[in-house]
Write a protein that binds this ligand. Sequence first.
Ligand SMILES: Cc1ncc(COP(=O)(O)O)c(C=O)c1O
Ligand SMILES: Nc1ccccc1C(=O)C[C@H](N)C(=O)O
Length: 431
Amino acid sequence: MLTTQNFIQLTNYKLGLDFARVQDQNDAISHYRNQFHIPKDKHGNDWLYFTGNSLGLQPKNTKKYIQQELDDWADFGVEGHFEAKNPWMPYHEFLTDSMAKIVGAKPIEVVVMNTLTTNLHLLMVSFYQPTKTKYKIVIESDAFPSDRYAVQTQLEFHGFDANEGLIEWKPRKGEELLNIEDLEAILNEQGDEIALLLIGGVNYYTGQYLDIKKIAELGHTKNCMVGIDLAHGAGNINPDLHNSGVDFAAWCTYKYLNSGPGSLAGLFVHEKHAHNTKLKRFAGWWSHNKDTRFNMRQPLDVIPGAEGWQLSNPPILSMAAIKASLDMFNEVGMDALRKKSEQLTGYFEFLLNELNNDQIKIITPSNPNERGCQLSIQVKNADKSLHKKLTEAHIITDWREPDVIRCAPVPLYNTFEDVYRMVEKLKEILN
Ligand SMILES: Cc1ncc(COP(=O)(O)O)c(C=O)c1O
Ligand SMILES: Nc1ccccc1C(=O)C[C@H](N)C(=O)O
């Protein structure tokens, strides 16, 4: 596998456009790019799209999958719940096995439902059970704002002061990345007061992929519940959720899982909690035993496992888009994706380092085991003009305040040539 180190050893090799093209020719999964709509400029040239970490591109099959459900709705009305080609009553079950594979879970641990922040709240209803003395929540200091707001309002909902109850796991002074030893220190000092750790598995800003298993071990040693936000992890890295031992996790499907803007989210509850019917939860009729759901007037009989956290009958049109994407993931497999991803991002990192420009600094870890595909490029004395110039050249990255351009070469549809051209343009703008 080509890592950054390999690239550096390849000193005799011209690492320019020719190299990028050879890499693309040798890429075993390059044909998947043709299965996506790639936005184009007015001359018909493909944009260089590096924002799959915000909104993944549309698979060409998505329309067909949604059209199938529209046709079945037209043809069968309510009977589509049973008569549709993919009957709507169990539709979410068609997504479970593929989704479980993507995050390394057992099928009983996974369900697709709601949206990410909604799922985090529902999971906290069950897994944030504070007492008067053990009530604090740890998040990473630069958690995505939605997670921070969710946690603050959970604290307030339970009658605690959100400032006092929230503990931030911070990078050390002058650094951007988190150290697991610092989380350990927080737990050693305040573990008796901490009820929950809710951590972004891959940080949205730095792209740092944290050691989820270690976080779970540390949290559990102090009897804390451990939850992971996998928004930037699902479809990007292999989080091995079941073996990690985390209690719960949630993620969206519109980033690396290419399921469309605002699409439904994933939820994971570890098998060890699957049969604990005593866990508090907010329920709805979709939490209830499928065999007796339509008998009506029944006391709640919760489905074991993740499905028992569902509330409502789900939006099938959104699920159809998820199915289109997951069928592709199932075919390609996370191992092949990760393999290419490490090469593609390694190449990107190499080219950026070759620029040798002290105005820019990659803040994402250089160890492939501590990152997904995203590189976050900090720009000294930044204003947004660099990002604007890239966008004007149809190189789509995103800008995150105060000074970072996030750039995610996605192995399913980005090429080595995309990466090469992006860095060439960056060089031109910086000079
Ligand atoms: C880490 C993280 N958490 C939460 C969210 C919010 O997700 P949603 O709007 O789907 O609830 C996002 C992205 O929007 C995110 O990246
Ligand atoms: N859903 C969106 C809608 C509009 C604009 C951005 C988003 C994002 O997903 C942002 C992403 N979570 C991020 O890491 O910045």
